[in-house]
Design a protein around this ligand. Structure first.
Ligand SMILES: Cc1cc2nc3c(=O)[nH]c(=O)nc-3n(C[C@H](O)[C@H](O)[C@H](O)COP(=O)(O)OP(=O)(O)OC[C@H]3O[C@@H](n4cnc5c(N)ncnc54)[C@H](O)[C@@H]3O)c2cc1C
Length: 642
């Protein structure tokens, strides 16, 4: 059987095995969320909240310069309309050093901390999604990040200075059959007798792909089936941009299908160890994942400003629309949620700089929670702006109104729930870690591959662990006067404390009730993850508001007000999530879904022009890469393509 055919038949079990093998199995550093899943509310891991330190003059100078550059040179509406990155913008970013923000100084970069880098990503999140993606694909996941984490000194010496100077890089994992499931990866890296590698295959949706000079490529050894990661130069023989992909938003994204035909990769361009490519890719994403949540904070803050102004200015039915209760509540939720999003994103980012924490769960929580919440905020912004939200910015400008591009923001923002780990995959990733300790202790009992003798042998250690762990998940003081030092916010921390223990009990009860089938009970597991994320957001918000009070900051009382209203709303959400764990329609809904999949409800589709009738399948195979962009955009000043 060919590798392609073999991989087409990859079973669920094999996919899980690949994911499991590439998972970082060990927890060497403490993690707030891992502890929470075990029922331990480790406030000490996030408190005192790290308020922003005074800016280093060097960073302040860069930040001011880039802000001025954006204000004077970047026109996001034009970028969207032309569908291209203006050359002077990319050059300007290069000159400022923006492609080397995270690269250490000794390699020619600016050597910023993660906190500093993410402040810039927050700023870009309020400016333009295309530019955020350009910078983030280059240095959050592109060549600099895996090289920083896993590259040899020689590779760092060779490529980091080039990246810092502005040679754009890209990250190539996805393929036509590989979205969320890397087990299907087909691009091959065959080892030659002299130790080099020969790459063959095709990568899909590679952001920056049409303009990148350097690529991180994940490919698999056809013999061992192990996946490795390589630095590949885009102008090497056999590397070809086959197609530039176009999307609903991010119209300027330089996103490509890239093929590799007998591409010779020198042995020294292997990143890290052979066969560890997937682990490298996933670990790169762990840390790199913080760019989206920080950028989302910028987007949410811009929405808040748009809505604050519009909801005051727009008078309907005798009042500014912001003073009608329905819109007023949206404004409150938006402000409170933005405060909470910023609290978790800044906290997790600070933790990466401090070291001593394992933030893979916090980064996933930030990516998942902030992109889902920001999407709701963008949606509410469109609602509050009404027809003007739906109208394009150029059209608004043409009839003399302020060109506030909510329509573009919506198109640009939506992808954040899909790429760099979709919301579903982030839930699964977190759910796996939520049950990790239980699998370590009692996994033998629910493993169908384990013999009865093994299960019996595991019993003493299982009993020893649960005899002390389980009762203590019921004990503990989560009532007054605990956390009294937090004043009027103390009650919210007590709620988090009590519900942390409740969460861990529910995880355990789920293991008992569903055993090996738990891994397929996604609705149940996702609710548990949602509870953890809401509790994390509550604790971070309260801790931050408290720290602001302690520091005597001018807005401390305002922050406490937002933290309080956020927690009040979230407590109801958490209560509902817990209630729904055991009282729900999960099984019934799954059964109906199976019938939908089997076409038993396709009777409901009568009365439409079906996909078959639209003849979209008439496209000839050779036209695969010749499909015109549905909304062709005029070519403007473009950056060079390969
Ligand atoms: C604009 C854009 C830019 C991108 N940039 C890059 C890039 O630079 N480099 C790169 O390598 N890739 C890139 N990607 C790929 C992106 O990361 C993938 O789209 C993403 O991983 C999801 O894969 P998929 O679209 O094939 O969805 P699929 O994996 O096919 O999933 C379809 C749906 O099913 C859900 N799903 C899948 N598996 C499960 C499961 N086990 N349980 C529950 N739900 C599940 C998914 O969440 C999704 O909702 C980009 C994509 C786009 C659109």
């Amino acid at each position: 059987m060919t590798m392609a055919k073999e991989l087409h038949n990859v079973s669920e079990l094999e996919s899980r095995k690949v994911a499991e093998a590439s998972r970082e199995a060990e927890w060497r550093q403490p993690s707030f969320l891992r502890e929470m899943f075990l029922g331990n509310f480790r406030l000490d891991l996030i408190h005192p909240y790290p308020l922003p330190a005074e800016e280093r003059p060097e960073f302040a100078a860069f930040y001011n310069a880039i802000k001025e550059f954006i204000r004077d040179q970047v026109d996001s509406i034009e970028i969207d309309a032309t569908g291209e990155y203006p050359e002077q913008v990319v050059d300007g970013l290069r000159k400022l050093g923006a492609f080397g923000m995270k690269i250490p100084k000794k390699y020619g970069g600016l050597g910023f901390t993660n906190v500093e880098y993410q402040r810039v990503m927050e700023l870009f999140g309020s400016v333009d999604g295309n530019l955020s993606a350009l910078l983030s694909a280059h240095q959050s996941i592109g060549v600099p990040q895996p090289l920083k984490l896993f590259g040899s000194d020689a590779l760092k010496q060779k490529y980091l200075p080039r990246c810092a100077k502005g040679e754009i890089s890209a990250f190539a994992l996805t393929e036509a059959q590989v979205g969320s499931d890397p087990a299907r990866l087909q691009t091959s890296a065959e080892k030659t007798p002299d130790g080099d590698y020969v790459l063959n295959g095709e990568k899909l949706w590679c952001t920056n792909g049409t303009i990148a000079k350097l690529l991180v490529v994940m490919a698999r050894d056809p013999k061992t089936k192990k996946i490795s990661a390589f630095v590949v130069e885009a102008d090497w023989p056999g590397v070809k941009v086959e197609h530039r992909c176009h999307f609903m938003g991010l119209r300027a994204l330089a996103n490509a299908v890239i093929s590799f035909k007998n591409v010779r990769v020198p042995a020294e361009n292997l990143i890290g160890d052979e066969g560890k490519g997937l682990k490298i890719a996933l670990t790169t994403l762990n840390d790199g994942r913080l760019s989206i949540p920080n950028g989302s904070v910028g987007t949410a803050k811009l929405c808040l400003e748009i809505n604050r102004k519009w909801a005051n200015e727009r008078v309907q039915w005798g009042r500014p629309v912001g003073k009608h209760e329905a819109i007023a509540h949206l404004l409150t939720d938006m402000a409170a949620t933005t405060f909470a999003m910023e609290s978790i994103a800044k906290l997790s980012t600070e933790m990466t700089d401090r070291g001593g924490y394992d933030i893979r769960l916090e980064a996933a929580a930030c990516k998942l929670w902030n992109s889902d919440r920001t999407w709701e905020i963008v949606d509410d912004t469109m609602q509050i702006r009404g027809g003007r939200g739906y109208e394009t910015a150029p059209s608004l400008a043409a009839r003399g109104e302020e060109p506030i591009a909510v329509e573009q923001m919506m198109r640009d923002y939506r992808i954040n729930k899909i790429f760099e780990g979709s919301s579903e995959i982030m839930h699964l990733f977190m759910a796996r870690e939520a049950v990790d300790k239980h699998l370590q202790v009692a996994g033998a009992m629910i493993d169908p591959e384990k013999a009865v003798a093994d299960k019996i042998a595991a019993l003493p250690s299982i009993s020893a662990f649960y005899a002390s762990w389980y009762p203590t998940r019921w004990l503990g003081w989560g009532q007054w006067p605990r956390y009294a030092e937090f004043g009027d916010l103390a009650g919210h921390l007590r709620f988090v404390e009590r519900n942390t223990r409740r969460l861990s009990r529910q995880i355990f009860h789920g293991m008992i009730a569903y055993q090996g089938k738990l891994q397929n009970k996604q609705a149940f597991l996702f609710r548990l993850v949602d509870v953890a994320n809401e509790l994390f957001a509550m604790a971070a918000s309260v801790s931050r508001a408290h720290a602001m009070r302690e520091a005597g900051l001018a807005n401390a009382d305002n922050a406490a007000e937002l933290a309080d209203i956020f927690c009040r709303t979230t407590r109801r959400k958490v209560a509902k999530l817990f209630r729904d764990l055991w009282r729900n329609d999960d099984v019934r809904k799954y059964k109906v879904a199976l019938k939908v999949l089997e076409g038993k409800h396709s009777w409901l589709e009568e009365g439409i022009l079906s996909l078959e009738e639209r003849k979209i399948r008439d496209l000839k195979p050779e036209a695969r890469f010749g499909v015109a962009d549905p909304a062709p955009v005029p070519k403007a000043r473009t950056v060079g393509t390969n």
